[in-house]
Design a protein around this ligand. Structure first.
Ligand SMILES: Cc1cc2nc3c(=O)[nH]c(=O)nc-3n(C[C@H](O)[C@H](O)[C@H](O)COP(=O)(O)OP(=O)(O)OC[C@H]3O[C@@H](n4cnc5c(N)ncnc54)[C@H](O)[C@@H]3O)c2cc1C
Length: 440
């Protein structure tokens, strides 16, 4: 990471904690309601911090390039997931401590006599619980990704709105000028973050459409789509990055899917993405008719050699995880980059090896060595077979392996195993980057 990126990353972490903790500051400088004990004040404080962190989630998931660039959007999404558990824990503690510390407030929870602001608080807590449970157990609950996304979006907004209603109704610390000003400012910021992701961003995409020019079959049940910008200059990306793709629908619809670019970043007039048939959207990708309109939201991601200068690179790809690597190789060839590159590429069968012909051809333009690892090799196969293990890596890594940068992209279990293997070989883990195709 460069110094500039490091400073930017430290800046945004500082901003995050300052905003998350701002309501506690407003408590300290605002008028203190009389006759309240420590536990009640403590509970209000953690409730405020929890709500502020929940509101900040709209920024974490708002795909602000300035915020995500220093870390990579996948790291930001992981942080979003982890921090939401902490925020929910704070809010839950708030709801538990107050009645425990001050039993006289229990009457406010009685459904028959609860004031509107207590009902809002209880409904908000329930809504947060729904958001957390459906996110943690989406697959076990049998929730389809797109349905989950709709529920997640609407229920999160409702939860924060209900919690704010509770804060305003209770009125502690939200009535003085400091408290009122702060909560108004936070609410405006959250609404603006939402408007950005739901209105401004789709509007900008709407004004920069693409058209599907070609759709070509690839090995490994995959299809390469070529997209041409319509009436604009297209998108500039770093090799290895990705974008959210919407096909045949308005960019205001939430039916978008993330895919890595597989084309060279040096190609300015077209963009290619290579998509493996997997679920309901990708299984029908081969039926896309040339001429269909498409929209892209991107580029995003930190899985790129342009952020990691090294004397050489080792790529370890599994299946369709080769797509960002292909973009990097094509870009290096177009840039006449002579640094040595090793690709260790795991596939199920020889027939499944996506881009296998091009990987041979591109060697003429690159200092590239490719090691294919087949799970089910054909009869007479003399190459590597099975899984990518520490022993296999040790056989093929270059002598100056400590000076190389490593990029892993493939199924989750493979990524984990390869990271462990590289660690066992004593390689510096800050030289290892990985891309997950499954961060949501
Ligand atoms: C950064 C990144 C880069 C990717 N690059 C590629 C690539 O180059 N080529 C490729 O074939 N695949 C890529 N993927 C994976 C691809 O996004 C999913 O395979 C695809 O969205 C599955 O959609 P589906 O409806 O066909 O499958 P489903 O069966 O509906 O979903 C399978 C799983 O994919 C995930 N998923 C589904 N829809 C979405 C969505 N809209 N957004 C995010 N995740 C979703 C969910 O975890 C779901 O459980 C990438 C994913 C990420 C996160």
């Amino acid at each position: 990471m460069t110094i500039r990126l490091f400073l930017r990353s430290a800046f945004w972490i500082g901003v995050y904690f300052a905003v998350a903790m701002a309501p506690l500051l407003a408590m300290l400088i605002g008028p203190i309601p009389p006759g309240r004990g420590f536990w009640r004040e403590f509970s209000v404080g953690i409730g405020f911090a929890g709500l502020s962190m929940m509101g900040l989630q709209f920024f974490l998931t708002g795909r602000f390039k300035n915020i995500t660039a220093p870390y990579g959007i996948d790291v930001v999404y992981h942080f979003h997931r982890a921090i939401s558990l902490i925020a929910f824990f704070f809010i839950f503690l708030h709801a538990v401590i107050i009645p425990a510390a001050t039993p006289e407030t229990l009457v406010l929870l009685h459904p028959a006599s609860a004031p509107w602001w207590m009902a809002a608080g209880a409904a908000g807590l329930l809504a947060f619980a729904v958001v957390i449970t459906t996110s943690l157990y989406r697959i076990q609950l049998g929730l389809h990704y797109e349905r989950w996304r709709v529920i997640h979006g609407y229920v999160s907004v409702a939860a924060v709105a209900l919690a704010m209603t509770h804060v305003i109704g209770v009125g502690y610390y939200a009535q003085g000028p400091a408290g009122r000003g702060l909560w108004i400012a936070l609410t405006i910021a959250w609404v603006l973050a939402l408007v950005n992701v739901r209105v401004i961003k789709p509007w900008m995409m709407f004004r920069r459409p693409y058209v599907i020019d070609k759709i070509e079959r690839e090995h490994g049940n995959s299809w390469s789509l070529t997209l041409l910008p319509e009436g604009h200059k297209g998108m500039q990306f770093n090799p290895g990055q990705f974008a959210w793709l919407t096909i045949g629908k308005s960019p205001f619809s939430i039916r978008e899917h993330p895919f890595s670019f597989s084309s060279s970043a040096m190609e300015r007039d077209s963009i290619r993405m290579t998509i493996k048939e997997l679920g309901d959207f990708t299984a029908r990708i081969g039926e896309t008719v040339p001429g269909t309109r498409a929209y892209l939201d991107g580029p995003y991601g930190s899985f790129t050699i342009d952020r990691h200068a090294a004397v050489g690179y080792v790529f370890i790809a599994g299946g369709v995880g080769v797509t960002p690597v292909m973009s990097i190789l094509r870009t290096m060839a177009d840039r006449h980059d002579a640094r040595p590159v090793l690709l260790i590429f795991g596939s199920k069968t020889w027939e499944d090896v996506t881009f296998r012909e091009e990987l041979e051809e591109i060697k003429a333009r690159l200092n590239l060595r490719v090691v294919h690892v087949l799970e089910q090799p054909p009869a007479g196969w003399r190459g590597e077979q099975g899984w990518v293990t520490a022993e296999l890596l040790a056989r093929h890594l270059p002598e100056n392996r400590m000076e190389q940068d490593y990029f892993i992209c493939g199924p989750e279990p493979m990524q984990k195993a390869v990271r462990g293997a590289l660690d066992r070989l004593g390689l510096p883990m800050d030289h290892v980057q990985s891309e997950s195709f499954n961060f949501v």
